[in-house]
Design a protein around this ligand. Sequence first.
Ligand code: GAR
Length: 232
Amino acid sequence: MSLPVAVFASGSGSNLQAILDYHASLDAPPWRVELAVSDQEEAKALERARRAGIRSRSLPVAGRSSGDVAGETLDILRFSGIGFIALAGYLRLIPADVVGAFRERMVNIHPALLPAFGGKGMYGMRVHEAVLAAGARVTGPTAHFVDEEYDRGPIIAQWPVPVRAGDDPHTLAARVLRVEHLLYPRVVDHLARALSRGCRPAPFSPRGTAFLANARATADVERAISAGFTED
Ligand code: GAR
């Protein structure tokens, strides 16, 4: 039996798509994306899930109490037997009861090097605007476990991406997103494999999972590496 995974997304769902594509490239992975959940009924992410034959579920959050949302979320997750959750551009705070039920079994991807440029209100293009406004020379995605605060849980993996002269928030977002699509599916796979065996995951190492050997590494990643920005 493979571990049923849920992906939560509010928008375009390109990270959901990257997870689905990576999963499809694996040989009999012991996990599967069982369910996509969105707070936005019209989210493109739900459409992507439906196209891939995955159950999709909208879960309205606006104007509801945290307790109410927590109850419905837990019902949905239990109904599908979900054992692991990946937030992929999900812009709502996960209620504490859900965090408690999925401690160290729920991850998020953020488009900056946390703990910088994170927290409430820091999502999407706003993150890249703040990175540029601060004059940071390096940015990049962070995958982390989810706790009760936005963007604060323990960090699992980061990948540095250079900020270039002449970048605007859109060029920077696109460069970071390409690396998100490489990193996040591998983080999900690493953790879901451990959970499917009932083990505590070993620390994630891109090299340990042959990240560099297998990834269709973008020119940006290669440039970042040759510029000396490696994980060590
Ligand atoms: C991604 O860049 C993700 O890191 C970011 O939203 C985008 C979603 O894109 N998440 C956050 O900012 C969370 N704080 P996608 O819908 O195409 O995957």
